[in-house]
Design a protein around this ligand. Structure first.
Ligand SMILES: Nc1nc2c(ncn2[C@@H]2O[C@H](COP(=O)(O)OP(=O)(O)OP(=O)(O)O)[C@@H](O)[C@H]2O)c(=O)[nH]1
Ligand SMILES: [Mg+2]
Ligand SMILES: [Zn+2]
Length: 353
């Protein structure tokens, strides 16, 4: 079987994955993509069907970053059907969980594009979009802001204009997810070999959009009239091959995505603030009380908006807090691994004597 076959391309197979294969891999293994993760097992798709693999042994590595997530590619032995190895990811979207353990949760791996979905109603929020953009840039995934429900607003253009203030080259599109004729604006990102993930609050129309783009199978649900909030209809992440050859990953609605390692992304989102701070007198200026602060000066002259500055300060502070808990957790993880290794070697020793 040639690996550059259509069936694999339609699952999102590309050159950066192909490059990782040795001749031996090509002869002895089949590349598969994780389409769903359940408790204790994963469902993977290969060009010609699906397999269920139990999450055991090698797959249960201790480091959180290497747990299997939807979108991952792995190699499975042709002979035994057993897991061989996970391929290196070319992108990874993760979040800091809101729970007390503040653990990192993997959302999707190996996507090219992130459709950041919001609707032309009460869900629309610039600061939330800035957070999603920072996450996309940090994960090296191309962001497209998709404004649904253009048919429900008298002024869809005003939502687009506001979203476009978030970046000079930012792509912002508006659609009616119930009307496939409005979706042409998204076709550019939906080509064979491309993987797209949908993120956004519950009820904005992610699954409706997935169905209209050709996934067909996604359940959708109505929203509350008073505040436009959804009812968390989608409960499982899933990988959906589309008619046009791309792969879409629909996600359950998330109210807020906690950032992990997103400093670089925030600097890109708030480019004008990063540029201004180069002219601050002190290189470590906090843009607070320091003299000669170029950012404060721009705020006073109204060249920088108060909203942007507030959002930047809030997201940077959150990122710093998360980085501190992540560092702390990684330290603990390392100590646990070391502890387990010590116990294992003691067990081995005691067996020997
Ligand atoms: N008028 C209109 N209704 C839409 C549009 N997109 C989605 N809807 C409706 O909005 C509601 C929610 O849509 P879903 O696709 O279930 O939303 P979701 O984002 O997948 O929600 P979760 O799965 O809960 O995260 C449904 O009643 C859809 O019919 C749109 O562009 N225009
Ligand atoms: Mg849904
Ligand atoms: Zn400053």
């Amino acid at each position: 079987m040639s690996l550059q076959n259509d069936a694999l391309t339609r699952l999102g197979w590309n050159a950066s994955l192909q490059q990782q294969l040795t001749l031996e891999d090509i002869e002895q293994t089949v590349p598969c993509r994780v389409s769903a993760v359940h408790r204790g097992q994963i469902i993977v798709s290969h060009g010609e069907g699906e397999l269920t693999l139990a999450l055991t042994g090698k797959m249960l590595q201790q480091r959180a970053e290497h747990q299997m997530t939807v979108g991952d590619w792995l190699l499975v032995s042709r002979e035994t059907g057993a897991f061989v190895r996970q391929l290196e990811r070319f992108s990874l979207i993760q979040r800091q969980s809101a729970g007390t353990d503040k653990s990192q949760q993997l959302i999707v791996a190996n996507v090219d594009t992130l459709f950041i979905v919001t609707s032309c109603n009460d869900d629309f929020n610039l600061s939330r979009l800035e957070r999603y953009l920072a996450i996309a840039y940090s994960a090296e995934v191309y962001p497209v802001i998709v404004l649904t429900k253009q048919d429900m607003s008298d002024t869809p253009q005003s939502y687009m204009d506001q979203a476009r203030t978030l970046g000079a080259n930012l792509i912002v599109e508006t659609v009616n997810a119930l009307d496939p004729t409005t979706l042409n604006v998204l076709q550019n990102w939906c080509k064979p070999g491309q993987s797209i993930a949908l993120v956004g609050s519950s009820g904005v129309g992610k699954s409706t959009l997935a169905n209209a783009l050709g996934a067909k199978s996604q359940k959708t649900g109505d929203i509350r009239e008073d505040d436009a909030k959804g009812r968390h209809t989608t409960t499982q992440r899933s990988l959906l091959p589309l008619d046009n050859g791309a792969v879409l990953i629909d996600n359950p609605g998330i109210r807020e995505l906690g950032m992990v390692d997103a400093v670089a992304g925030l600097v890109t989102v708030f480019e004008e603030i990063a540029e201004l701070s180069q002219n601050c007198r002190f290189s470590d200026c906090q843009h607070d009380q320091e003299p000669g602060c170029a950012v404060k000066a721009a705020l006073e002259k109204e060249e920088l908006s108060e909203r942007r500055m507030k959002s930047y300060t809030k997201l940077m502070a959150e990122q710093e807090r998360n980085a501190a808990t992540t560092a702390e957790r990684r330290k603990k993880e390392k100590a646990t691994v070391k502890f387990h290794k010590k116990i294992q070697s003691q067990k081995k020793l005691s067996r020997r004597y």
